[in-house]
Every structure is written in structure tokens, then in C-alpha cells.
Design a protein around this ligand. Structure first.
Ligand SMILES: Nc1ncnc2c1ncn2[C@@H]1O[C@H](COP(=O)(O)OP(=O)(O)OP(=O)(O)O)[C@@H](O)[C@H]1O
Ligand SMILES: [Mg+2]
Length: 259
């Protein structure tokens, strides 16, 4: 295989890169694709937390420092995803990235997709991680500040002639009075909006339970939008499960009564 190496990148922190990386991955896995997630956010690595506090002994830094083979760092998660997590040790926050591209290519040999959880910001580490990816998906929120940071990343990518697939606008409230709308994000970033993921309490809940949203609550609105994007990456049309909205309402009502 020669898997696509796609970086999930944002400029601004906390917009949902890791959440998107994990859940797009689950969506692709559910389509029968082989997916490897790679944590390249070395200063605040938390892919392992999103995957259920998975603690695999061989980390990304071990591979980058040639202390381990990439194959020994890859582990299989119960969702069927494969992953390489990163160490949180303070002395490991700035690993030598000269082997990063080789590691991603190695991961791509046995995967259809390698999804790279990029670090936030726009510094030399972020640039090196960007460079090691074939394609980028920008993750942003419908705020001016996030939009500006996303636009900076797109500009940087364009300077490097790097493919930008488009932008995910995450945590949308669907309130044009107080947030950027799709067209504004597209104008700011000069890229297509690939998905508009609503602000969804279920996303927070799923992280609290260390379970990807697409597994924790597959008919939540955010889960369905992310699944649609996974389908789009595969060139497939997504059809919502029948009566999803009614089922969701009933489930939420039951949850309220329980409380
Ligand atoms: N659509 C959403 N609705 C509600 N909460 C969300 C949504 N997406 C992400 N979150 C929450 O926002 C927080 C940050 O998400 P996440 O860790 O994925 O961001 P990040 O961009 O990877 O952050 P960092 O830059 O720190 O790595 C988490 O608590 C997550 O559960
Ligand atoms: Mg993250």
C-alpha cells in the first residue's frame, strides 16, 4: 500500500484536531480502510488519551531517535485503528524530526490513510510536521482568531506548494450573528469548507469516557457530519441513518429523565 499521509493542522490550539483525527479515522475504518493515526504533537501529546489512555511502551520519539523500529511503535486499538502515540516526557518535547517523513511513509506501507495529529502554532516544528505530510486538512472554529490562524497555515502551505484538501469548521453554533459563516471561512482561508461540525456536548462527553465520538454516540450530529467527511475522502456519498433525528431526540429525552 502507499497510504495517503494527511495532516490535521490548525494554527490555533484547542480547535479539535485530535478529536477530528481520531473520529475521521474511525469513519474511514468503518468503510473498511486501514488507518494509522500518528501523534506529532510532541509538546502536548494527547492522542493516547483520546484513544482511551492507551499506553503503548514504544513511542514516536523512540522511533524518531532510531531507538526503535516504526513497526514496534504501531499498536492496534480496539476500534481497529492503528496508532503511534507520543511521549509526554518533558525532555522529549522537541525531538529531531529529520526521520519523520520516513516514519510516516513506513506507516503508510500498511495503511490506506496515515492521519497525522499536528501540533498547534506556526513555528519551525509545525512547519517540519506540515512538510512531512502529503496533504493537509485545516481544522478551525468559526471565530475571527481561529480563522486568522487557519488562513496563516493555508498561506504557509501554499508557499510550499502543499496540497490543502480544505477546512473543517468545528464547534459551530449555527448562529450567523455571533460566528463566521461558511462563506466567510472560505474567503479568509481561500480553501473549501469540507465539513461544518456542530458544537456538540457529546464530543466532550466522549472524551471524558475516552471513547471516540463515532463509537460513543454514532447518531450525534457531530458524529454524522464527521462520518460524511470520511465518506467524502473516499469519494462516497453518505446517507444519514433513517430516522436519526427522531432517534436522537428520544435518546436525549431518556437521558434527561434519567438525570
Ligand atoms: N464539535 C465539538 N463540540 C464540542 N466540543 C468539542 C468539539 N470538538 C472538540 N471538542 C472539545 O474541545 C476540546 C479540544 O479538542 P481537541 O483536543 O481535539 O483539540 P486540539 O485542536 O487537538 O487541541 P490541542 O491544540 O491542545 O492539541 C476537547 O475537550 C474536545 O472534547
Ligand atoms: Mg490535540
Amino acid at each position: 500500500m502507499n497510504g495517503r499521509v494527511i495532516g490535521l493542522i490548525s494554527g490555533k490550539g484547542g480547535v479539535g484536531k485530535t478529536s477530528m483525527c481520531v473520529n475521521i479515522g474511525v469513519g474511514l475504518k468503518q468503510l473498511g480502510k486501514e488507518v494509522t493515526l500518528v501523534d506529532a504533537d510532541f509538546s502536548a501529546s494527547n492522542l493516547g488519551v483520546h484513544l482511551g489512555r492507551y499506553d503503548h511502551p514504544v513511542k514516536m520519539q523512540d522511533v524518531l531517535h532510531e531507538e526503535a523500529e516504526p513497526s514496534s511503535a504501531i499498536f492496534r486499538h480496539p476500534t481497529g485503528l492503528k496508532a503511534i502515540t507520543a511521549s509526554n516526557e518533558i525532555h522529549e518535547v522537541e525531538p529531531d524530526l529529520s526521520l519523520l517523513r520516513d516514519v510516516l511513509e513506513e506507516a503508510g506501507k500498511e495503511s490506506d490513510y496515515v492521519l497525522v495529529d499536528c501540533p498547534p502554532g506556526l513555528n519551525s516544528t509545525v512547519e517540519k510536521v506540515m512538510e512531512a505530510c502529503d496533504e493537509l486538512i485545516i481544522v478551525t472554529m468559526p471565530t475571527q482568531t481561529a480563522g486568522i490562524n487557519a488562513a496563516q497555515i493555508v498561506e504557509k502551505a501554499k508557499q510550499r506548494h502543499q496540497a490543502v484538501l480544505g477546512t473543517i469548521v468545528n464547534k459551530m453554533d449555527n448562529n450567523p450573528e455571533t460566528e463566521l459563516v461558511e462563506r466567510e471561512v472560505e474567503m479568509m482561508t481561500e480553501s473549501d469548507v469540507l465539513a461544518k461540525v456542530p458544537y456538540d456536548q457529546k464530543m466532550k462527553e466522549s472524551l471524558f469516557h475516552n471513547t471516540p465520538l463515532l463509537v460513543y454516540d454514532p447518531i450525534s450530529e457531530a458524529a454524522m457530519e464527521i462520518r460524511k467527511l470520511s465518506h467524502a475522502l473516499e469519494g462516497q456519498q453518505y446517507t444519514e441513518p433513517r430516522f436519526a433525528a427522531i432517534k436522537r431526540k428520544l435518546i436525549r429525552l431518556k437521558e434527561k429523565i434519567k438525570r
